[in-house]
Design a binder for this molecule. Structure first.
Ligand SMILES: [Zn+2]
Length: 391
């Protein structure tokens, strides 16, 4: 067990601070030189590290440095969307090596969808001489990480979808994660994790979700569902949400809300721009706002206010250092963000000298995938090391 833990510590040092000398590792983790030499030799044999050139020493002797071998194996990251599945192949530094995607019919059986996934993943596994160490899958909804199940995803309309059969078929460990949490993983990997210990990543798209980071770890809650901020109530006796509650934040910020409000304007013939359009789409509504239609702009401002009210509750409850915001729901950010910021001007901690930061991120597809890859890599170097030796 101790050897195990020490191996994990040494790998962590080389991953984070490499190229690094054996001596510096020994100092950083307070282990004796002979123990370090023993562990490093064994990890070199297992190709975790490469020895490179030499470092600079005060005493003239130049020690050989250890560099993490990010191509020891690779991981695959997957994001399941409403009718599309995106795949990314990543090295162990979470650098993307390849990507692909395909559409699927949401009405297809899970077996058919799994078969499509197995084919795509199988192609990569067959083509690479390196081992695939893990597959990270990001999906919306309530995820049971331990049993590798999506318990319930309203957006995908999936219930009790068990990924262990796919894992069995592929013979590669699968790690499931709620999609908003993968953004928190991405931020912990190379984003706000450096600057903040406690922050919330809010994703605004088809739904509103959040990844909660507490002391640099993702907080999941009792059943893994923490962060469903789309379903906090912002309006008593409000609109009915698909979750069964009334007045959910999501019901006041979603595309459907925007569409319903725009249709109302059109029906009342209040918007000259919308009147001219035969059929409204999310793009055409935004176009109307961008062409200066103030009533349509007002819809987006209300979305921003509603989000701001929801976020304010989160801030008061959780006192985060930052709120990281991203997602396609912010396509009208010119109207939405100022409204969010205005709402967040006054919250319970507003008078404290340390100000809450609202940070906008570009949530393009690769970020979700990178987060799923980072989640797998973090897991790989935390636990499987123990498993490898213990089994
Ligand atoms: Zn709801």
């Amino acid at each position: 067990m101790i050897k195990d833990l020490n191996e994990a510590l040494v790998i962590d040092q080389v991953r984070r601070f490499g190229p690094i000398s054996r001596k510096d590792i020994a100092i950083n983790i307070s282990l004796g030189a002979s123990t370090i030499t023993y562990i490093v030799d064994s990890l070199l044999k297992e190709k975790y590290f490469m020895e490179i050139g030499s470092g600079i020493s005060d005493y003239g002797r130049k020690p050989v440095l250890l560099k993490f071998n990010q191509r020891r194996s690779y991981v695959i990251a997957i994001k399941i969307e409403e009718n599309q599945i995106n795949y990314g192949k990543f090295d162990l530094n979470a650098k993307m090596l390849d990507k692909t995607s395909h559409y699927f019919n949401p009405k297809d059986s899970i077996e058919t969808i799994f078969q499509l996934m197995a084919e795509k993943i199988g192609q990569w596994i067959a083509a690479d001489s390196l081992i695939c160490s893990g597959i990270g899958i990001a999906a919306s909804g309530l995820v049971d990480q331990i049993n590798k199940k999506i318990i319930y995803s309203p957006i995908l309309e999936w219930e009790e979808v068990d990924f262990s059969a796919l894992e069995e078929q592929l013979q590669v460990p699968i790690y499931l994660e709620n999609d908003a949490n993968t953004i928190a993983h991405a931020e912990l990997w190379d984003g706000r994790g450096e600057q903040f210990q406690n922050f919330i990543c809010v994703t605004i798209g088809v739904g509103v979700g959040a990844g909660i980071v507490v002391k640099n770890e993702i907080y999941r809650g009792e059943v893994g569902g923490a962060g469903e901020i789309g379903h906090i109530i912002i309006q008593r006796d409000g609109f009915l949400c698909y979750c069964g509650q009334r007045g959910c934040l999501e019901a006041y910020t979603s595309d459907r809300f925007i569409m319903d409000e725009a249709l109302r304007l059109k029906e009342l013939k209040l918007s000259p721009m919308l009147n001219k359009m035969e059929q409204l789409t999310m793009d055409s509504i935004l176009q109307a706002a961008d062409s200066g239609d103030e009533l349509v702009q007002e819809i987006y401002k209300r979305v921003g206010e509603n989000l701001g009210i929801g976020l304010k509750s989160i801030v008061n409850f959780f006192n985060p250092g930052a709120i990281v915001l991203g997602g396609e729901g912010l396509r009208a950010k010119a109207y939405i963000i100022p409204a969010i910021e205005k709402e967040l001007e006054d919250h319970f901690f507003a008078r404290h000298s340390k100000k809450l930061e609202v940070i906008l991120i570009d949530l393009e597809e690769n970020k979700w995938l990178m987060g799923a890859a980072a989640m797998v890599i973090t897991q790989l170097f935390k636990e499987p090391l123990y498993r490898e030796v213990n089994i």
